[in-house]
Write a protein that binds this ligand. Sequence first.
Ligand code: ASP
Length: 436
Amino acid sequence: MKKVVKFGGSSLADSKQFEKVKNIILADDSRVYVVPSAPGKRNNNDIKITDLLYKCYELAKEGKNFSDSFSIIQERYNEIIRGLNLSLDLGEEFSKIEVKLLNEPEKDYTASRGEYLNGLIMANYLGFEFIDPSEVIFFDNSGNFEPDKTDSALSARLEKTSHAVIPGFYGISESGRITTFSRGGSDITGSIVARACRAAVYENWTDVSGLLMADPKIVNNPAVMKNITYRELRELSYMGASVMHEDAIFPVKKAGIPINIRNTNKPEDGGTWIVANTARRSKFMITGIAGRKDFCSIIIAKDLMHSQSDFYRKVVQCFEENNIPPEHLPSGIDTMTVIVQESKFIEHEQEVLRRIAKFVEPDSLEVESGIALIAVVGRSMKAQTGTAAKIFQALAEERINVRMIDQGASELNIIVGVLNEDFERAIRAIYSKFVN
Ligand code: ASP
């Protein structure tokens, strides 16, 4: 059995964190492939190495002096090396990066060096082989990841090595340029490595003991979700829950590999299991709550709308023409509402409204802004009664007016719309109703 372990920036911020990471790896023989991020923040005032590297690039690009930030970067790595008593010298590596910055600064190349250097230290510290992602992780020349080409090269490469460190965040394009994923992309690398070696588990080690049922900035000390399905996670992260990089789910999902989110500072905690399917019920009827503010609703009324089979299509087309994806379409007999993100709608609003007026000749057309959507997500919902009742009771008791309700046919979530100003209060009310 093989496990892939990915460690985030805060798990590798200094030599003390490296020691914790080594202990975690040595505690389980099956933890054979390690994917490190670049060193993150050691405290709230600290700067992530990746951010310092981007800063060096910005300065270098304009021909300005970047040596202050570059020295801080070198010192951070040297401190880790000293703290771990390694006889490793990154001097030549630093020079190569500096020369490149001076002569032909490249954004992705520069940013990727955070993971690259951390990978070199980690491989040396663990005595594992170092695999440079530029040999096994591929992008096309437009920066799109190439999953199949990568999977065959990477799995063939991993077959030749029992223990390896593969830095996160980057790979190489067809034309040979270092290319990164978007920010937070080491999560994706971990998932790709897990798929390539057909791992039993993809462990994603971070600084919290798993995914939380609600945003801790809104709910005080929310409970950890012990088990969640990929689909539930998609719903929650789409609605704003900050978890792993969104794209990290796809490679392991495809291969049916579970993800286990763990806490480097509390390895004894079981964390969260993200799986394709599970018979385990969530402890509290619902799995989690997430939400986002700043949606608009466009309310269209027209007598006998329902007898026109193309009415919906025509309305949706007015949004499509302006590249605005409708989020929800709650409807009545002679009304339909289109919910969209305010930021996407506002720029084209007059054009959309003009098109709707012309295309379907509504009796009335209204726009309302400042709507927040809250998704209450739970795979157990469809097998039990009373979930919706509890949500609306919680909101009614708090005297929060519900502006919209949407329950998908899959019964995986119930979405309620409230005014922006009621958003936090609504989440707290729903959370307490189910958890406390
Ligand atoms: N170091 C990169 C970032 O800060 C990638 C990662 O940590 O996942 O975005």
